[in-house]
Write a protein that binds this ligand. Structure first.
Ligand code: MG
Length: 395
């Protein structure tokens, strides 16, 4: 399908903060994606927690595999709508670069540590990673990505943060949070692909961990509907060992959501008929689910919060992770020379520590915590808790 008129066209990009000659054989969004894949922050995603701590099992999603799933789902939706797949892929692969170690527990702890120093927000941090913290080019800090990729990375932004960003970059990626506009259709779409991905893979990881059961999932209309359809077509799945039935159910859920977004959005686009990408930015949000699918997705998200994200066993690891981040933060503030020189020498010590800790993988943070405090926080936890996941090799 050729790009729709309202798609983001690389040739019409608002450009990079530092002008560069075009790349041979790649347009600007393809080049952005390549820069993200080669960044250090991208490689760290493999050892960062999504929901289950990275050391709890080899098969749970990490931030890296989550980002790849978001890119896959996002590209499928973009293709169905004539939107720019390369831009979607770039945004998807970069959207979680600013996450701390230990998932949301790490982010919450770091935000508390920074309460008197401007706070910490992972989304803003993702932009900071690609704008400043990656240092690998001779002519500029960061990856010097194009406006459209950066706009997609900055998903949310408080009014206060938007004022700060807009002062440094007038009319830039934070302007829409002050003016009330929307981001590109590709950015809107990647946001939805993110939710489709984690709702589905957290069910899979939840069952894999033993914290959720298939019977519990019956409470969810979206799951029940697709499980029943799978069983109607393959009745023998009911008695089979293993998780073939769960995988088939999740596969159908994913397809149904992707098709729903494409159909609902195509209808909204046909009605609003934006002439180009900027016209779409000035309209209300056009990418979305049908009302029925939106309701099912919201119910699923709420249910996962209750049943999985607030599960006592997840809470126990969350508490330890928060303590590790708090103690690491305090240790570096007290002794900045324990950080590499480029962080230790920065004038704003608290922000330097936050940037340093946020960049850590789970296992590097655990190792540094052990080195600086002499205490192995997760070893105590491992002794107190039953192991998550199966003891046998599984697929
Ligand atoms: Mg995500």
């Amino acid at each position: 399908m050729p790009l729709a008129p309202y798609a983001s066209h690389a040739a019409a990009s608002r450009g990079r903060r530092f002008a560069e000659a075009p790349a041979r054989g790649r347009d600007d969004f393809q080049r952005d994606r390549d820069r993200i894949v080669h960044s250090t922050a991208f490689r760290r995603l493999v050892y960062k927690t999504q929901v289950f701590l990275n050391h709890e099992g080899d098969l749970f999603r990490t931030r890296l595999t989550h980002s790849l799933e978001v890119a896959q789902l996002g590209r499928a939706i973009a293709r169905g709508l004539g939107l720019n797949e390369d831009l979607v892929e770039a945004i998807a692969l970069a959207h979680d670069l600013g996450h701390t170690p230990f998932g949301h527990a790490g982010q919450d702890a770091l935000h508390d540590c920074m309460a008197d120093h401007g706070g910490f927000e992972h989304n803003l941090q993702s932009l900071k990673v690609v704008d400043a913290l990656e240092q690998r080019y001779p002519a500029f800090d960061g990856l010097n990505l194009s406006f459209e990729t950066r706009e997609g990375i900055l998903k949310h932004c408080s009014h206060r943060d938007a004022l700060v960003l807009a002062a440094a970059e007038p009319g830039g990626v934070a302007q829409r949070f002050l003016d009330g506009g929307q981001p590109s259709l590709e950015a809107q779409l990647t946001n939805l692909a993110d939710a489709i991905a984690y709702n589905a893979h957290d069910i899979d990881d939840g069952v894999r961990s033993g914290l959720l059961t298939l019977e519990q999932l019956d409470e969810l209309p979206l799951v029940r509907q697709h499980r029943d359809a799978a069983l109607a077509e393959y009745p023998a799945l009911a008695g089979q060992p293993g998780r073939r039935l769960l995988f088939e159910t999740i596969r159908r859920m994913l397809s149904a959501q992707v098709h729903d977004v494409i159909d609902a959005t195509a209808a909204a686009l046909a009605q609003a008929a934006p002439l180009d990408a900027d016209a779409a930015r000035r309209l209300p949000r056009l990418v979305g689910f049908s009302p029925a699918m939106h309701a099912d997705g919201t119910a699923l998200k709420r249910w996962l919060f209750r049943a999985l994200y607030r599960h006592p066993q997840v809470n126990a690891t969350t508490d330890v992770a928060k303590r590790v981040v708090r103690e690491l933060f305090a240790a570096y503030v007290a002794a900045p020379q324990e950080m590499p020189a480029d962080f230790a020498q920065r004038a704003d010590r608290h922000r330097a520590v936050a940037d340093y800790v946020a960049g850590m993988t789970d296992r590097f943070a655990s190792r540094e915590h052990r080195r600086l405090t002499g205490h192995d926080a997760f070893a105590d936890l491992a002794r107190a808790l039953p192991p998550a996941g199966q003891a046998t090799l599984e697929f």
